[in-house]
Ligand binder design. Sequence first.
Ligand code: COA
Ligand code: MG
Length: 288
Amino acid sequence: MHARRALLYMPGDNWKMITKSITLGVDCVCMDMEDGTAINKKAEARTTIAKALQELDFGASEKLARINSVGSGWEKDDIEAVLPHHPDGIVIPKVESFEQVEWASQIIEAAELKYGWQVNSIRVLIGVETAKGILNLKEIAAHPRLDAIIFGGEDFAASIGATRTKDATELLYARQAVVVACAANDLQAIDIVTIDYRDIASLRAEAEFGARLGFSGKQIIHPAQVEPVQTAFTPNAEAIAYAKRIVETFEASQKEGKGAYSLDGKMIDMPLLKNAQKALDRAKAAGK
Ligand code: COA
Ligand code: MG
């Protein structure tokens, strides 16, 4: 799966930001037709994104287009405007049911067949960011077309009537619900946006906390957020070295007939091996 440590949004009608985004070395560029785009700019966003998909070289960045939510009335025009130009993936926001993912999947598969592209070559990422979406995660996350679930903190706070705070305790239950649903279905989990984009220290702390919770990446809204977030979701040299030592010593200890053993005064057994292997997988996905 494509590494998605940072997923950068920009309004789909903003050509300048789209052209800037492809110079940033960001894992994912997400051209938005939903809430980042004004209601009177939806049509312009569709044509601008179509043009970008045709004319720009995104390099190693994944090119994503976010449509409006299923039921908004805009979703069909949005998806039809971008699909003929083969984005790498479609992002569906505010998903509340399995059927909403299925709606998009069928349209995408029809396009893949029509244009002779490989089926599943266009990936699907969804936003789960409402009370109903969190309650229905079990069914939604099992949709076979999915790659990732994105948790929208601001939308979720609005949905449940919570007040957003800096430490985001009001979001913890839902963030963990998303991480669990993703882990159970082998999906990537993508964490909240830090909207205070000038405060890089807070961004780093929030990204590191998200990584500790089990998220694989984070949504971002500004170029200054790329490096801190991609760093936070890449295991550092020390973590990689420690994970490698666990893998090596684990094997030796199994040969000696010991399931559990001691390394630097800490008990190591199977769950720690699994976590070490996950860290090495993440490092590999990030090109380390
Ligand atoms: N993607 C690409 N480029 C961006 C960008 C983004 N999300 N946000 C800012 N830039 C560019 C600016 O165009 C500017 O480019 P320049 O130096 O070539 O002129 C540079 O980065 C610095 O931007 P800055 O002046 O600090 O920010 P701003 O005041 O222009 O914009 C926001 C601030 C928040 C309005 C803007 O970052 C934004 O629109 N972000 C995306 C919002 C969004 O999509 N929300 C929906 C999803 S949550
Ligand atoms: Mg949202």
